[in-house]
Design a protein around this ligand. Structure first.
Ligand SMILES: CC(C)(COP(=O)(O)OP(=O)(O)OC[C@H]1O[C@@H](n2cnc3c(N)ncnc32)[C@H](O)[C@@H]1OP(=O)(O)O)[C@@H](O)C(=O)NCCC(=O)NCCS
Length: 204
């Protein structure tokens, strides 16, 4: 993805090529709180409504690429130099929570992904766990490939990568990386099928 191709939305420190109408729509249809010193790149062909977008800290970047479709999603970047990217034509459903939290973490979502409702993807546990005064649960970046389907109420925890074309089953909790073209399900999620791919159309 080439970020410079995206029309920039001047919420904070960005140049105004994004178009006033698109910016106005975004701020009227969503709750957007972005501290200064952060960058928001929203392509003008996206559909984003009823979302909560919160960016705290400095040097963070949120990018939503062409054709992405988000409704009722909570997006959080919290820390310094974090990035959260949603690739072209990815669809993120209601009640989803996407969080890049703690300095330097990235949450990268590829193209044509489909996240059902109430999916959670978060790079941080949100609180320190200490053992002998040393933190044992540092935040870790998450990478989700292209054409990944995360079923209803699935959870992706810190450090996981999900390979392209894979599926995570309903209610599953992913604690380790999942390769491409497979189905993972359960808690903790385990691979239940290999060599698959999926299509949006339902044949019956
Ligand atoms: C992931 C999913 C698509 C897999 O379907 P499938 O390929 O037909 O899988 P199967 O039903 O053949 O199940 C295979 C095995 O995995 C287990 N399994 C399937 N889904 C599971 C889940 N979510 N959690 C735990 N185990 C699961 C089954 O019990 C079965 O176990 P067994 O081999 O011991 O009998 C399906 O489970 C699912 O999550 N459906 C909901 C999708 C959704 O959220 N749609 C909303 C619109 S986006």
């Amino acid at each position: 993805m080439v970020v410079s191709c995206i029309k920039r939305l001047p919420i904070v420190n960005t140049s105004p090529q994004g178009g006033l109408f698109h910016r106005l729509f975004l701020t009227l249809r969503n709750k957007v709180k972005v501290q200064s010193g952060n960058t928001v790149n929203i392509a003008s062909t996206t559909r984003i409504r009823q979302c909560h977008i919160s960016i705290k800290g400095k040097g963070n970047t949120l990018t939503v690429d062409d054709g992405a479709n988000l409704r009722g999603v909570q997006i959080e970047l919290n820390g310094n130099n974090c990035s959260l990217t949603i690739g072209k034509y990815s669809v993120i459903g209601e009640g989803c929570y996407l969080s890049a939290r703690e300095n330097g973490t990235t949450l990268s979502i590829g193209e044509n992904c489909m996240f059902s409702r109430n999916v959670k993807v978060m790079t941080s546990d949100g609180h320190d766990i200490l053992c002998a005064n040393k933190r044992i649960n540092p935040a870790k970046s998450i990478t989700i490939g292209s054409r990944v389907w995360l079923a209803d109420s699935s959870v992706i925890l810190k450090g996981c990568c999900i390979g392209s074309d894979s599926i995570v089953g309903i209610g599953s909790i992913v604690t380790k990386s999942i390769p491409k073209q497979c189905i993972a399900a359960g808690n903790p999620a385990r691979i239940i099928k290999n060599n698959i791919h999926w299509q949006e159309e339902l044949t019956y």
